[in-house]
Design a protein around this ligand. Sequence first.
Ligand code: ZN
Length: 188
Amino acid sequence: MMTCSECGGRMQQEVIETYRDAHIGIPVVLKNAAIRRFCTDCDNDIIAVPNMDELVAAAAIARCLMPVTLCSHEFRFLRKALGMTGREFAELTDNRPETVSRWENDAQGTGGVTEKLVRQTVCERLKTLAPAIDYEHGVIVNMKLVHRSSASSELPPLVFELVLIKFKGYETPRKARHWDTEYIERVA
Ligand SMILES: [Zn+2]
Protein backbone atom coordinates (compact mmCIF):
# COMPACT_ATOMS: atom_id res chain seq x y z
CA MET A 1 0.00 0.00 0.00
CA MET A 2 1.21 3.50 -0.78
CA THR A 3 1.12 6.19 1.85
CA CYS A 4 0.23 9.80 1.12
CA SER A 5 3.25 12.10 1.35
CA GLU A 6 0.98 14.96 2.46
CA CYS A 7 -1.11 13.45 5.25
CA GLY A 8 0.07 9.87 5.71
CA GLY A 9 -3.30 8.59 4.54
CA ARG A 10 -3.98 5.83 2.09
CA MET A 11 -3.17 6.33 -1.61
CA GLN A 12 -5.09 4.57 -4.33
CA GLN A 13 -4.24 4.34 -7.97
CA GLU A 14 -6.11 3.84 -11.20
CA VAL A 15 -5.21 3.68 -14.86
CA ILE A 16 -6.82 6.51 -16.81
CA GLU A 17 -8.73 5.26 -19.83
CA THR A 18 -8.26 8.38 -21.93
CA TYR A 19 -5.76 11.02 -20.87
CA ARG A 20 -5.02 14.13 -22.91
CA ASP A 21 -1.54 15.47 -22.25
CA ALA A 22 -0.60 19.01 -23.14
CA HIS A 23 2.89 19.12 -21.60
CA ILE A 24 5.17 17.39 -24.07
CA GLY A 25 4.94 20.00 -26.84
CA ILE A 26 2.27 18.63 -29.15
CA PRO A 27 -1.14 17.36 -28.05
CA VAL A 28 -1.32 13.61 -27.40
CA VAL A 29 -3.99 11.32 -26.05
CA LEU A 30 -2.88 8.33 -23.99
CA LYS A 31 -5.10 5.26 -23.85
CA ASN A 32 -4.99 3.15 -20.67
CA ALA A 33 -1.47 4.28 -19.80
CA ALA A 34 -1.44 7.36 -17.56
CA ILE A 35 -1.80 6.57 -13.87
CA ARG A 36 -3.72 8.66 -11.37
CA ARG A 37 -2.64 8.35 -7.73
CA PHE A 38 -4.93 9.95 -5.22
CA CYS A 39 -5.28 10.11 -1.47
CA THR A 40 -8.50 8.94 0.12
CA ASP A 41 -8.03 11.36 3.03
CA CYS A 42 -6.83 14.64 1.47
CA ASP A 43 -6.76 16.32 -1.94
CA ASN A 44 -3.35 14.93 -2.96
CA ASP A 45 -3.96 13.84 -6.54
CA ILE A 46 -1.21 13.25 -9.09
CA ILE A 47 -1.03 11.94 -12.63
CA ALA A 48 2.01 10.01 -13.76
CA VAL A 49 2.88 9.25 -17.37
CA PRO A 50 5.13 6.19 -17.76
CA ASN A 51 8.09 6.03 -20.19
CA MET A 52 8.06 9.79 -20.77
CA ASP A 53 11.26 10.03 -22.88
CA GLU A 54 9.97 7.26 -25.10
CA LEU A 55 6.61 8.97 -25.43
CA VAL A 56 8.31 12.15 -26.65
CA ALA A 57 10.33 10.12 -29.18
CA ALA A 58 7.26 8.22 -30.38
CA ALA A 59 5.25 11.45 -30.73
CA ALA A 60 8.11 13.11 -32.63
CA ILE A 61 8.39 10.23 -35.10
CA ALA A 62 4.63 9.92 -35.50
CA ARG A 63 4.41 13.64 -36.25
CA CYS A 64 7.23 13.35 -38.80
CA LEU A 65 5.29 10.60 -40.56
CA MET A 66 2.28 12.85 -41.05
CA PRO A 67 2.50 14.70 -44.38
CA VAL A 68 0.97 17.96 -43.20
CA THR A 69 3.73 20.60 -43.06
CA LEU A 70 5.17 21.44 -39.66
CA CYS A 71 4.23 24.66 -37.94
CA SER A 72 6.64 26.65 -35.78
CA HIS A 73 5.81 25.11 -32.41
CA GLU A 74 6.08 21.62 -33.91
CA PHE A 75 9.58 22.45 -35.13
CA ARG A 76 10.50 23.48 -31.62
CA PHE A 77 8.98 20.28 -30.25
CA LEU A 78 11.07 18.15 -32.64
CA ARG A 79 14.29 19.94 -31.75
CA LYS A 80 13.60 19.53 -28.05
CA ALA A 81 12.74 15.86 -28.60
CA LEU A 82 16.33 15.49 -29.83
CA GLY A 83 17.52 17.22 -26.67
CA MET A 84 19.32 19.90 -28.66
CA THR A 85 19.79 23.62 -28.41
CA GLY A 86 18.91 25.76 -31.41
CA ARG A 87 22.61 26.12 -32.17
CA GLU A 88 23.25 22.37 -32.04
CA PHE A 89 20.23 21.69 -34.22
CA ALA A 90 21.39 24.27 -36.75
CA GLU A 91 24.81 22.62 -36.92
CA LEU A 92 23.30 19.16 -37.30
CA THR A 93 21.04 20.21 -40.19
CA ASP A 94 23.62 22.47 -41.85
CA ASN A 95 21.73 25.67 -41.23
CA ARG A 96 22.44 28.95 -39.47
CA PRO A 97 21.05 29.41 -35.95
CA GLU A 98 18.99 32.39 -37.24
CA THR A 99 17.35 30.07 -39.76
CA VAL A 100 16.38 27.55 -37.09
CA SER A 101 15.08 30.38 -34.96
CA ARG A 102 12.92 31.55 -37.86
CA TRP A 103 11.47 28.05 -38.34
CA GLU A 104 10.52 28.04 -34.69
CA ASN A 105 8.98 31.49 -34.64
CA ASP A 106 7.40 32.16 -38.03
CA ALA A 107 3.99 30.63 -38.38
CA GLN A 108 4.86 29.63 -41.92
CA GLY A 109 7.63 27.11 -41.15
CA THR A 110 9.75 25.89 -44.03
CA GLY A 111 8.37 22.95 -46.05
CA GLY A 112 10.19 21.32 -48.95
CA VAL A 113 13.48 19.47 -48.84
CA THR A 114 14.67 21.21 -45.67
CA GLU A 115 11.68 20.01 -43.75
CA LYS A 116 12.18 16.50 -45.03
CA LEU A 117 15.77 16.56 -43.87
CA VAL A 118 14.68 17.68 -40.42
CA ARG A 119 12.07 14.92 -40.27
CA GLN A 120 14.51 12.29 -41.46
CA THR A 121 17.07 13.37 -38.86
CA VAL A 122 14.52 13.21 -36.05
CA CYS A 123 13.29 9.73 -37.07
CA GLU A 124 16.76 8.25 -37.50
CA ARG A 125 17.99 9.60 -34.18
CA LEU A 126 14.96 8.60 -32.12
CA LYS A 127 13.77 5.35 -33.71
CA THR A 128 15.43 3.06 -31.15
CA LEU A 129 13.33 4.70 -28.44
CA ALA A 130 10.12 3.98 -30.30
CA PRO A 131 10.41 0.46 -31.76
CA ALA A 132 6.63 -0.01 -31.97
CA ILE A 133 6.13 2.90 -34.35
CA ASP A 134 5.97 1.80 -37.94
CA TYR A 135 8.85 3.80 -39.42
CA GLU A 136 10.97 2.62 -42.29
CA HIS A 137 14.14 4.22 -43.56
CA GLY A 138 13.41 6.16 -46.74
CA VAL A 139 9.73 6.78 -46.13
CA ILE A 140 10.29 10.50 -45.46
CA VAL A 141 12.25 11.04 -48.67
CA ASN A 142 9.34 9.70 -50.70
CA MET A 143 6.73 11.58 -48.74
CA LYS A 144 4.69 14.29 -50.41
CA LEU A 145 4.30 17.14 -47.94
CA VAL A 146 0.97 18.93 -47.96
CA HIS A 147 0.11 22.34 -46.58
CA ARG A 148 -2.55 22.55 -43.93
CA SER A 149 -5.83 24.15 -44.88
CA SER A 150 -5.28 27.19 -42.68
CA ALA A 151 -2.27 28.29 -40.65
CA SER A 152 -4.24 28.29 -37.42
CA SER A 153 -5.83 24.88 -37.78
CA GLU A 154 -4.47 22.45 -35.19
CA LEU A 155 -4.01 18.80 -36.10
CA PRO A 156 -6.01 16.32 -34.06
CA PRO A 157 -3.97 14.90 -31.17
CA LEU A 158 -1.96 11.74 -31.79
CA VAL A 159 -3.35 8.77 -29.88
CA PHE A 160 -0.90 6.48 -28.10
CA GLU A 161 -1.04 3.25 -26.17
CA LEU A 162 1.60 1.01 -24.62
CA VAL A 163 2.05 -2.30 -26.42
CA LEU A 164 4.13 -5.28 -25.42
CA ILE A 165 6.97 -6.01 -27.81
CA LYS A 166 8.94 -9.23 -27.82
CA PHE A 167 12.59 -8.88 -28.79
CA LYS A 168 14.05 -11.91 -30.48
CA GLY A 169 17.61 -13.13 -30.41
CA TYR A 170 18.03 -13.36 -26.66
CA GLU A 171 18.45 -16.57 -24.68
CA THR A 172 15.44 -15.73 -22.56
CA PRO A 173 12.83 -13.81 -24.55
CA ARG A 174 12.71 -10.16 -23.60
CA LYS A 175 9.50 -8.25 -23.51
CA ALA A 176 9.00 -4.57 -22.92
CA ARG A 177 6.16 -2.10 -23.25
CA HIS A 178 6.59 0.59 -25.88
CA TRP A 179 4.44 3.39 -27.24
CA ASP A 180 2.48 2.71 -30.35
CA THR A 181 0.11 5.00 -32.16
CA GLU A 182 -3.30 3.81 -33.25
CA TYR A 183 -3.46 5.77 -36.40
CA ILE A 184 -1.29 8.07 -38.44
CA GLU A 185 -2.95 9.92 -41.25
CA ARG A 186 -0.43 9.35 -43.98
CA VAL A 187 -2.52 10.54 -46.86
CA ALA A 188 -3.97 14.01 -47.07
ZN1 ZN B 1 -3.37 12.58 1.88
